[in-house]
Design a protein around this ligand. Structure first.
Ligand SMILES: C[S@@+](CC[C@H](N)C(=O)[O-])C[C@H]1O[C@@H](n2cnc3c(N)ncnc32)[C@H](O)[C@@H]1O
Length: 367
């Protein structure tokens, strides 16, 4: 095997280890997460060394440093893994099975779901917040995903600043790339968890999210962090789905059941499928002032939309991961997906067919 091939294997193996540990560490103690974060610098030097390998002659020096860094990373990852095992009482871990207290993110990061996110922008998905934004404000978009909403928020507050965070590093990288491509120089994207925000108290004028709190098991922990990082009088704006009001029409006798199964899967993963209609009450109870509810339907109706929605559901909801999770949690048998698949095919061909995500939101102020 030549060196380049060897280096590429090293990189992808270590990257896999790092990502797996990040996923597991998300619910572990802050100490463990900090240790993993601290290794990011070593990871970056390692990757930088490997790109020198691609650019130049492979000198012994470059090889040696890359191998040395790889050893250090391996040892560091082993240390983090040991501590993760300690914090979970020594229980054996598996990459795909959530630990007690650790929940899977229902949507996953498959290309078909990311395509759905890329259709979004601030005009379509933050319309109630936009009129409240002013030039010079500092805004946080948590769970920024692909960053397509974040960049619109960034534009609205120029020359103010937009910070985007997401628990998933590749999402952060994609958002940063989208912002760079659009020339949004007032943006900063970084990995972070809304239940443990990497910002000081009173740092933001506005904290926003779209379709994130519905996936975060501990709503109170997230709201406490949002409140902490907001300035007094600062704006909180949350927008989430209400699965009970989302629909596909015609129903073909069974499509409603697919929404129920999705809601049950969200719940099994620690999520909150009706948060869209509940969020105004939740913000009010958490002590935010001047809470105003908002809501809208996101419709899929034109032939192109129907084809997109059909493709999205076929590849995502009917994909291996969702079917396996629904079966594992005893929500629905695999054969049911086949029946829904037939109805979905008929829905796509039906000229008057409509599908709708029911969005519910609320905007309030820190007292
Ligand atoms: C449904 S996507 C929405 C992305 C984006 N807000 C949008 O609407 O296009 C949810 C995102 O929240 C992120 N996420 C989930 N739990 C999170 C947490 N605890 N803290 C920060 N981000 C989180 C996921 O990684 C994912 O990118």
């Amino acid at each position: 095997m030549d060196w380049k091939e060897h280096a590429e294997r090293l990189r992808s193996r270590l990257e896999g280890e790092r990502d797996e540990l990040r996923r597991k560490a998300r619910r572990a103690t802050k100490e463990v997460r900090d240790e993993l974060d601290g290794m990011e610098g070593k990871w970056k030097s390692f990757v930088a060394r490997l790109s020198e390998v691609e650019l130049s002659e492979v000198s012994e020096d470059v090889r040696g440093t890359a191998e040395g860094l790889a050893d250090e990373l391996r040892a560091g990852y082993a240390r983090v893994r040991d501590r993760l095992l300690d914090t979970s009482g020594g229980a054996a871990e598996s990459a795909s099975e959530p630990e007690p207290g650790e929940h899977a993110y229902t949507m996953g990061y498959g290309e078909e779901f990311l395509q759905l996110l890329r259709r979004r922008n601030a005009d379509t998905h933050a319309a109630d917040l936009l009129p409240r934004l002013r030039s010079g404000m500092r805004v946080l978009d948590f769970g920024c995903g692909q960053g397509t909403i974040s960049v619109g928020l960034a534009k609205a507050v120029e020359p103010g600043e937009l910070y985007g965070i997401d628990v998933e590093a590749p999402q952060v990288e994609a958002a940063a790339a989208a912002a760079k491509a659009g020339g949004h120089e007032n943006t900063t994207f970084q990995v972070g968890d809304v239940t443990d925000l990497p910002f000081e108290d009173g740092w933001f004028d506005v904290v926003h999210c779209n379709a994130v709190l519905m996936h975060v098991p501990d709503t109170d922990a997230a709201l406490a962090e949002i409140e902490r990082v907001l300035k007094p009088g600062g704006i909180v704006s949350v927008r989430e789905l209400t699965t009970a009001s989302s629909f596909m029409e015609p129903d073909f006798g069974n499509l409603h059941g697919a929404w129920l199964a999705y809601a049950a899967l969200l719940t099994a993963n620690g999520g909150h499928p009706q948060m869209g209609k509940e969020i105004a009450g939740i913000l009010h109870r958490a002590g935010f002032a001047d809470v105003e509810a908002n809501g809208s339907f996101e419709l899929f109706h034109t032939e192109a939309d129907r084809a997109f929605f059909h493709g999205f559901l076929t590849q995502w909801f009917f994909g291996e991961d969702v079917v396996a999770a629904a079966t594992k949690h005893g929500i629905v048998a695999a054969e049911q997906f086949e029946a829904w698949g037939r109805s979905l095919g008929a829905w796509k061909e039906h000229p008057g067919a409509v599908a709708a995500f029911a969005w519910g939101g609320a905007i309030g102020r820190k007292k």
